[in-house]
Design a binder for this molecule. Structure first.
Ligand code: ZN
Length: 688
């Protein structure tokens, strides 16, 4: 729940719960490339595509905020090796040996083996280790073990990173089976029941201890009466020393000391240019947590952080998410530096301010309307730097802190990262997807012109208004629809958004440029719901996921109910199926009709009607169509996973060394960046 992870290939799957920026309501003043001219694509290998994100608006920040972003960005990069070592204790050795070869090998670099070696290095950079970032399976090299030995030995040992006094043979002995034997450390995190998930996971959170010993160790610490417990074990490795189970804490003077020392150094500089006293206090509390390793101090920091809603620049830096620990206690290191996107936040604010108008004009029965409705204004941010577990693969939204008692007593901050979403969107243009699945150039043009904008508006309307609109009749149980509650609720929020996208009110408010733009979203939505989202379903399976059921429900319902008037139909051409929309105005009427019915079902708690709608239109898959879509999609050879390179920031100083500006550039490619990070931000020993 904490991270909204986007790892699919097309913008069509984006209509979930994300925010984004408007491209038409505001004109940016910055002397920077426009988003449309920005080079998003960087590299493509294995199952990965590497993109670049545009830090829109950075040049318009005041100097002090730019400087703050700079120092926090440096702090974000210093933790990279911590994550590598957390993922597996051989990762740093393997990476440094591979990088040493990559940089210094003088032999044949045109062979298939060398190309495969290069791809392997790119893959482990993407995963921050030898296990796939998503599947967590060990990445098996596609070059032979003997070849690897030969290229390692083919490099002058003086140029190799055999630090810590290790010779080539000794180093190779240690890593060869880890790299090449499929049975050694096959999974980063093993969750298979029946196994000792601690002993069989390759992560470096535990050494020499059993699952039982870990559980006993932490259970002894816990006080069941503590209403505000710290996150036990969050920032340490658990090991056995002389038969005793002991924590090695990740802090200054503890494990990862050298990297943490440098993180602290940059945070101190950041504190010096903080926007306000509150923010300075937050940074200083984080520093004292890194110094002491005290988890109570980490909670203090988290409470202060969640309460800061005014600073423009914000950041995450620390041991945050516990997905990679089989026991869900130990947190990987990560960082995101960002600033509030004023444009996008203005848009959500405008929508929220008009919430009552939307409620009053909704096509639902008056008795289901709220007399007083309040819109939600979510914060939309622009990422400026990604580090640790947020790089190169990154989430599109974050909701923190994780400690349940802090969420209970102080709430949480929920943000969507608009420039990452834009990069996904832009990369999907020209992927061949629209060419394959859209009926004609007219639809492709609409998508190009309005796709991103209407996607974002759809999300805003869904999040800020859709879920909050309407009311239950007195006495109706909120859980009356049971398992159908969730798809019905998402259907309701989506229909609210779809219905209003075509309303002249949006152009009137300046949210859309004209009364045609909505057609881009209408076409895309039905194409996705009825056809292209099926690429995520295994052959022969039903649709399970609530959002996917809801999209299928809406698309198939309007196709069926618009049949008599040919409002929208699935046409055949050259043995392929395409959506054709003949009457967009009538399509809107259908959305309105379905919204009224879905609201009635919700308001009255009509379980049978809800079940029937979902089961009839949202669950079953048309098998021949599914097969056709899958094979057309496969032929496009799209990369299922995306990663990012970061921009490069540089301090500009005058003759006295005073900072006069911070510049941002985007010309670094993936390999150059990874190699540079390994030179500039790599201070940990091979073994920690
Ligand atoms: Zn929703």
């Amino acid at each position: 729940m904490k991270k909204i992870i986007f790892m699919l290939t097309t913008a069509f799957l984006l209509a979930a719960c994300t925010g984004n920026k408007s491209e038409t309501t505001q004109v940016s003043l910055e002397p920077d490339v426009p988003d449309s001219a920005f080079q998003y694509k960087v590299d493509r290998f294995a199952d990965i595509e590497i993109l670049r994100y545009h830090v829109t608006g950075f040049n318009n920040l005041p100097l002090q905020q730019k400087e703050l972003v700079y120092y926090l960005s440096q702090a974000a990069l210093e933790g990279r090796d911590i994550l590598w070592d957390q993922h597996n204790r051989y990762n740093l050795t393997i990476r440094r040996v591979c990088e040493g070869v990559y940089e210094n090998y003088m032999g044949d670099k045109s062979s298939e083996d060398w190309k495969n070696f290069e791809t392997y290095l790119k893959q482990i950079w993407m995963a921050n280790g030898i296990h796939h970032h998503y599947s967590e399976d060990k990445i098996m090299p596609k070059f032979p073990r003997d070849y690897f030995v030969s290229i390692v030995k083919g490099v002058d040992p003086g140029r190799m990173p055999f630090r810590d006094g290790m010779a080539a043979d000794e180093t190779l002995n240690e890593i060869l089976s880890v790299m090449f034997d499929p049975n050694v450390m096959p999974k980063r995190m093993n969750q298979a029941s029946g196994a000792d998930i601690v002993a069989t996971s390759a992560v470096n959170f535990y050494e020499g201890v059993t699952q039982k010993e870990v559980e006993d160790f932490y259970n002894a610490m816990k006080d069941p009466n503590d209403n505000t417990p710290v996150s036990y074990g969050l920032n340490s490795k658990l090991v056995k020393v002389d038969g005793q189970v002991t924590e090695q804490v990740w802090k200054l003077g503890g494990m990862y000391d050298r990297a943490i020392e440098r993180i602290i150094g940059w945070l101190e500089k950041a504190a010096g240019v903080a926007e306000n006293e509150q923010q300075r206090g937050i940074i200083n509390t984080l520093i004292s947590y890194y110094q002491s390793g005290d988890l109570k101090t980490f909670d203090d920091y988290s409470v202060q952080w969640v309460n800061d809603t005014t600073s423009r620049v914000d950041f995450i830096n620390g041991f945050i998410e516990n997905y990679t620990d089989p026991l869900g206690m130990k947190a990987t290191w990560e960082s995101v530096v960002n600033f509030k996107s004023e444009e996008a936040s203005k848009r959500t604010q405008l929508i929220s301010e008009n919430a009552q108008w939307f409620e009053d004009n909704s096509p639902i029965d008056d008795k289901f309307k709220k007399e007083e409705v309040k819109g939600v204004s979510a914060k939309v941010i622009t990422a400026a730097m990604l580090g640790g577990d947020c790089y190169p693969a990154t989430p599109i939204g974050i909701n923190l802190p994780n400690a349940n008692w802090i969420r209970r007593d102080h709430g949480s901050k929920s943000v969507t990262i608009d420039n990452i979403t834009s990069a996904y969107d832009a990369a999907a243009q020209g992927s061949g997807f629209n060419e394959e699945f859209m009926w004609s150039d007219a639809e492709r043009e609409l998508s190009k012109k309005y796709g991103s904008l209407t996607d974002n508006l759809h999300t805003d309307l869904h999040e800020c208004l859709g879920h909050g609109s309407g009311k239950l009749l007195p006495g109706v149980d909120g859980d009356a629809l049971r398992a159908y509650g969730s798809p019905i609720e998402e259907t309701r929020a989506d229909l609210f958004a779809l219905y209003y996208l075509a309303d002249p009110k949006l152009a009137e408010l300046g949210l859309l440029p004209d009364n045609e733009a909505y057609k881009a979203q209408y076409y895309k939505y039905i194409m996705n719901g009825a056809m292209t989202q099926l690429t995520r379903i295994q052959p022969g399976k039903d649709i399970e996921q609530a959002h996917m059921r809801n999209r299928s429900l809406i698309a198939n319902w309007v196709l069926e109910n618009g049949k008599a008037d040919s409002v929208a139909v699935l046409n055949q051409r050259d043995g392929k199926t395409f959506l054709v929309v003949n009457d967009y105005a009538k399509l809107r009427e259908l959305f309105g009709r379905l919204l009224a019915e879905v609201q009635r079902i919700k308001s009255e708690g009509d379980f049978e009607a809800g079940k029937k709608l979902v089961e009839t239109y949202g669950v079953k898959v048309n098998q021949p169509l599914h097969k056709e879509i899958l094979s057309r999609y496969e032929a496009l050879e799209l990369a299922p996973y995306k990663g990012f390179v970061n921009p490069v920031y540089k301090l500009v100083t005058d003759a006295d060394g005073k900072v006069t500006d911070v510049t941002v550039s985007y010309d670094e490619d993936y390999v150059t960046q990874q190699m540079r990070y390994s030179r500039q931000y790599s201070v940990l020993p091979l073994k920690n």
